[in-house]
Design a protein around this ligand. Structure first.
Ligand code: HEM
Length: 395
């Protein structure tokens, strides 16, 4: 099939309007076809569930080694990490921390995460009304991932703004990104300072990375990118997933009542939250050969955008896809990727969510919004919550 037969649109997927409310835009593009050419950005986007999953399954045809961000400029600048490489190097890099994130290791992490979540909820209950992102959702993942990596407490205030700036590198190389370059450089300099045995806590993920360098498993040049990758990937994503979960519960009293009655629904509620919220809305791959996808031909060497967010609301795959249904348990959503690059930290993210919601159910009778929820709109291809005014009441 020729390009002229391919559905096309001039919708600007990176405009401020799209970023503020992406779901209707993804729905419009998804109904144009399984693969759509975005003339505004001279690129292909895949939005339907089956085709997004097909791409994620086939790393040989859709490589991550030629850029997993939108721009060539940033692709050339990012170091080698599990996200930006194909097997076998991918497997070596991912293998460095795979035991630390395996179920056995996660079981040991559970108790401190539960304690920290309970402390935060107790503080929030005492406050009564508060801003949920600052008081709860940002604090839990940042504390936990920074502790696991072994970072000193001092200086952690740079982590979240740095990670947020870094996520902007996934989008177009434009003024928005250039304005954030100083924050990105500051974050890179910080990572350079802390990647040292003198600074990192013994037995931490950070020292495991340095051990792998010393053992010759990975090169010295991999240490900082690898540590940064886990740090960046483990904060904002989880922060906003927790924000979406609290929002869904505050906006859906019936879901809250169902959870209070049956806390075994916590996991199902989190999967449904991940499906609907999809913090990482877009992933990127490059074709290694000419390929047929959804009946369309994509030439070799082209960057394609995978819209995980659109796939997660594809009515061909999920009934009533825009509704939050706490009973749905959609474990096949694509929010955590799929296949070779499926999220390495998903077990940890689930532990954090479970700990926070369990503490909430134990300590709180009702959760309510005290003002409008502000959706995050400034990071291209990323969705989240900026302000979440909440009140918690106990009996
Ligand atoms: C709910 C929270 C999270 C979400 C929504 C999320 C999302 C994702 C997605 C979509 C991918 C695949 C990207 C692609 O295929 O291009 C991914 C990969 C990854 N995630 Fe997560 N993530 C979360 C939490 C975490 C945590 C807590 C960590 C670590 C502490 C982490 C570490 C990673 C790493 C290292 C990769 C690269 C895996 C690879 O390429 O083999 N993530 N994540």
């Amino acid at each position: 099939m020729m390009l002229s037969d391919l559905p096309q649109t001039d919708i600007d997927i990176f405009s401020e309007d799209t970023m503020r409310d992406p779901a209707p835009v993804w729905a419009e593009i998804r109904e144009l076809g399984s693969v759509v050419f975005l003339s505004r950005w001279d690129t292909w986007i895949v939005t339907r569930y089956d085709e997004v999953r097909e791409v994620l399954t086939d790393w040989q045809t859709f490589t991550s080694a030629k850029g997993t961000v939108f721009s060539d400029e940033m692709s050339a600048m990012l170091g080698e990490t599990p996200l930006t490489t194909d097997p076998p190097l991918h497997d070596t890099l991912r293998g460095v921390l795979s035991e630390k994130l395996a179920p056995r290791a996660l079981r040991k992490l559970n108790a401190p995460i539960v304690d920290r979540a309970d402390e935060l909820i107790a503080e929030a209950v005492a406050a009564g009304s508060f801003e949920g992102m600052e008081s709860l959702c940002k604090r839990l993942p940042v504390d936990i991932v920074a502790d696991l990596i072994g970072l000193p407490v001092e200086g952690r205030e740079i982590l979240l703004p740095g990670a947020e700036a870094f996520f902007t590198t996934f989008g177009p190389y434009d003024d928005r990104l250039l304005a954030l370059m100083p924050s990105i450089e500051e974050f890179v300099a910080y990572m350079g300072r802390v990647t040292s045995r003198d600074v990192l806590a013994p037995g931490s993920w950070g020292t495991a990375i340095l051990d792998a360098v010393d053992a010759g498993v990975i090169g010295e040049e991999h240490a900082i990118p690898l540590m940064s990758a886990y740090l960046i990937a483990g904060m904002d994503t989880t922060v906003h997933s927790l924000g979406f979960y609290l929002t869904n519960l505050a906006e859906n009293p019936a879901a809250w009542a169902a959870l209070k009655k049956d806390p075994t629904l916590i996991g199902s509620g989190f999967e449904e939250t991940l499906r609907l919220g999809t913090p990482v809305q877009l992933s990127y791959r490059v074709t290694t050969r000419q390929v047929e996808l959804g009946g369309h031909t994509i030439p070799e060497g082209k960057r394609i955008l995978l819209c995980n967010a659109a796939a997660n609301r594809d009515p061909r795959h999920y009934d009533d896809p825009d509704t939050f249904d706490i009973h749905r348990n959609p474990v096949d959503h694509l929010t955590l990727g799929y296949g070779t690059h499926g999220c390495a930290g998903q077990g940890l993210a689930r532990l954090e969510a479970r700990a926070l919601i369990t503490a909430l159910l134990e300590r709180v009778d009702s959760i309510e919004l005290t003002g409008p929820v502000e959706r995050q709109s400034h990071v291209p291809g990323f969705a989240g919550i900026r302000r979440l005014p909440l009140s918690l009441t106990t009996a």
